[in-house]
Design a protein around this ligand. Structure first.
Ligand code: GH3
Ligand code: MG
Ligand code: MG
Ligand code: MG
Length: 313
């Protein structure tokens, strides 16, 4: 049977009237060539408000895996064209880098099969027919460990907001969400003005303090569904879900007004700090992540050229 879920519409199987999980819900990928198995597992997982992408074709699934970096992989051993062990080998490097727990599932439960699974990097092995209650508990256990790992590597040490690594990991999910919900969202690059001068005039430690206070100020003044990342040096990215560029511009302008009214003091000298920002609204399914970041960056460049302390979209 041809039963391949394109990841563009992997949510087709979602039960109506269920709350739609947010982009920050754990994402689980299932690869199994048996459609009824896929549906059964998918429904069991979605009951926990986890996002699920299910695929019968291993070739396509691997591509999806690289793009979406799921938080857990459920992988069947027997698949057409390519078996589960070959899939494991193909994704091994990525799997280790992102610490993505992998549960192998199979009709076969010989000691040799299980050993082979673990040797190829699987973290768990569950025999079919699957007991759904136990399955969900085991997935939950793996997701918890994955979350702990993420929290240890995805937070920027200095500013305590998400780092660039997490940006790379989570941006595809905002795009995925957009394809599903059609709600436009805005990606903003925010850059502190004349930051080098702050370092040069007041010292590197003061520069660090400005970065910390800036990140905290942003974090405390955005909605809980907005996400902030340190992109590099004194540059941050903010993603505003379900937000047009006009709305994002207004919010960033308010943030700039608020932040620039805070007074920093260094050895009896007072100073204030502004930022510039470039906004790009994702409202078109053909736009790629790289293009979106580039557009936001060129708007930022324009904001700098126009005299800084402003937002351009
Ligand atoms: P513009 O208004 O055009 O953005 O100018 P700018 O001075 O803010 O930008 P520029 O890119 O010239 O300088 C950024 C500086 O940020 C250079 C770098 O030394 C400093 N920087 C990067 N990371 C850190 C950090 O973690 N702590 C401190 N204190 N400084 C940092
Ligand atoms: Mg199979
Ligand atoms: Mg700057
Ligand atoms: Mg900069």
């Amino acid at each position: 049977i041809e039963f391949t879920y394109e990841y563009e519409n992997f949510n087709e199987l979602t039960i109506p009237d269920e709350p739609i999980p947010q982009s920050n819900a754990p994402l689980i990928q299932i690869i199994d060539d048996d459609p009824s198995m896929l549906i059964m597992l998918k429904e069991a997982l979605e009951e926990n408000n986890w996002m699920v992408m299910a695929c019968t074709d291993p070739e396509q699934a691997v591509k999806q895996y690289f793009e979406m970096k799921p938080d857990c992989l459920i992988l069947d051993v027997h698949l057409p064209h390519k078996n589960g062990f070959e899939v494991l080998q193909e994704i091994q490097e990525y799997n280790e880098k992102y610490f993505i727990p992998t549960i192998m599932i199979s009709i076969e439960d010989s000691k040799q099969t299980r050993i082979k699974a673990y040797q190829n990097g699987a973290d768990d092995f569950i025999q079919k027919p699957i007991d759904l209650e136990e399955f969900v508990v085991r997935v939950k256990h793996h997701l918890q460990r994955k979350k702990m790992f993420d929290q240890s590597v995805l937070i920027d040490e200095l500013t305590q907001v998400y780092n660039r690594r997490f940006l790379v990991q989570s941006l595809p999910r905002f795009f995925q969400d957009f394809k599903r919900t059609k709600d436009p969202f805005s990606i903003c690059i925010v850059d502190i003005d004349y930051f080098k001068k702050i370092n040069d005039t007041y010292g590197h430690l003061m520069g660090d303090k400005v970065l910390q206070d800036f990140a905290q100020y942003l974090k405390q003044n955005i909605r809980s569904l907005d996400v902030i990342y340190r992109y590099g040096g004194e540059e941050f990215v903010i993603v505003f879900p379900k937000t047009t560029s006009e709305e994002a511009k207004n919010r960033l302008t308010e943030l700039n007004d608020g932040f620039s009214s805070l007074v920093f003091t260094h050895q009896d000298i007072n100073f204030t700090v502004t930022f510039s920002a470039g906004v790009f609204m994702v409202e078109d399914e053909t736009v790629t992540i790289d293009q979106a970041l580039k557009m936001a960056d060129s708007s930022l460049y324009e904001a700098k050229n126009n005299g800084r302390a402003q937002v351009v979209c």
